[in-house]
Design a protein around this ligand. Structure first.
Ligand SMILES: Cc1cc2nc3c(=O)[nH]c(=O)nc-3n(C[C@H](O)[C@H](O)[C@H](O)COP(=O)(O)O)c2cc1C
Length: 189
């Protein structure tokens, strides 16, 4: 089951924007992060939730999408995320966030997938603009934004070919391909 969930948990970047996600759903997802591992159990992460169109519209312009897809500027109006979870590091709790935000993000996205929704971790963030747009106090460091919604695209996993190219790409049918390295290439001992 965990393999099926992980296989289904792809990075989705186009959504049915009109399919709303309730605030309570976002709270349930953050609860999965709350219950996840944290270095020295410091639990320094805090979260901002957004599922209303006006707040979403403040967040969207601060994000950069799919750097390898040079001709695609990101999801167009109508295909944008219907919710976001912003993962923050609270510097008053700790100066180090270790890999807590990655673990939190994966827990949230697995939960999202289980709910037949989908999302994408976004680290390419215009952090100053986002801080200003949402009036985020200085003590919080923006770590990741999770863009969430009902996926409107097909994503398939391929094997990295002999040329070693790991760049994701879209075919003529608009299917998004993600090359993954073979198992025997990554287990080195
Ligand atoms: C830490 C991290 C940061 C990422 N940042 C971005 C980003 O800024 N923009 C984006 O479109 N995708 C981002 N992604 C998504 C990756 O591009 C994606 O995970 C990768 O292409 C593999 O696809 P998959 O998640 O479907 O396996 C990020 C993923 C991770 C783990």
């Amino acid at each position: 089951m965990i393999r099926d969930l992980i296989l289904k948990n792809r990075s989705y970047r186009r959504f049915y924007q009109e399919v709303a996600i309730e605030l309570e759903t976002l709270r349930e997802l953050v609860d999965l992060a709350r219950l996840s591992a944290s270095a020295a159990n410091r639990q320094p992460l805090k979260y901002i939730l957004s599922c209303d169109p006006q707040k979403n519209a403040l967040i969207f312009p601060c994000l950069d999408w799919a750097a390898y897809l040079k001709d695609w500027p990101g999801p167009s109006e109508g295909e944008r995320p219907s919710a976001y979870i912003i993962i923050l590091g609270d510097t008053e709790v700790s100066q180090q966030f270790s890999c807590d935000h990655g673990i939190a993000a994966q827990s949230i996205l697995l939960g999202t997938t289980e709910k037949s929704l989908g999302g994408c971790m976004i680290a390419s963030i215009q952090k100053e603009e986002l801080s200003k747009a949402l009036s985020i106090p200085q003590r919080y460091e923006i770590m990741l934004v999770l863009a969430l919604g009902k996926p409107k695209e097909k994503v398939v996993i391929d094997s990295v070919g002999a040329d070693g190219d790991i760049k994701y790409w879209r075919d003529s049918e608009d299917v998004h391909h993600v090359p993954k390295r073979p198992l025997d290439d990554i287990i080195i001992g």
